[in-house]
Unconditional design. Structure first.
Length: 154
């Protein structure tokens, strides 16, 4: 249990940062700026062990990215006493994070601002779903619901 809450906290933090950079990419006025911020979001989502990680772009993380952290968290939760309570929230978290990453990677690959925005907008929706809210029911909750559940049980 002791390692679960810090892992959940770190996952929430990285998702929030990725959400911020994806928002910057969506609202960017130039292709270059949109791609820069999209790459920052990818760095935060995938982490330095990913072949798509590029330290020349903005946001970086010395730890694993949000996607690998979330997968690690979910695997640890499955081995914990909270497995039954958090299974749905864990599945929700990893599926939506992976979908967000795919959309943002797709947007980053484009050289058309409208296409970048369209893909990043989808990524933003998936990121928000993965993050969720602290008071979400565990059946639909994401990272914040997991974090809140673990805070109440320490």
């Amino acid at each position: 249990m002791a390692e679960l809450l810090p892992l959940a906290n770190q996952t929430v933090e990285l998702i929030q940062l990725a959400l911020q950079h994806a928002s910057f990419a969506f609202f960017a006025l130039t292709v270059r700026d949109a791609q820069w911020h999209a790459q920052s979001a990818i760095n935060l989502l995938e982490g330095p062990s990913s072949p798509r990680y590029d330290p020349k772009y903005g946001a970086q993380t010395a730890t694993a990215g949000a996607v690998p952290l979330a997968k690690d968290l979910v695997e640890r939760l499955k081995q914990s006493e909270f497995a039954m309570d958090l299974e749905a929230a864990g599945n929700h978290l990893t599926v939506f994070l992976s979908a967000a990453d795919e959309r943002i990677v797709s947007g980053r690959a484009s050289n058309n601002i409208a296409q970048i925005r369209a893909q990043v907008q989808l990524g933003l929706g998936f990121l928000k779903a993965a993050l969720g809210c602290a008071d979400d029911p565990l059946s639909i909750g994401g990272a914040r619901a997991i974090q809140e559940y673990l805070k109440k049980r320490r």
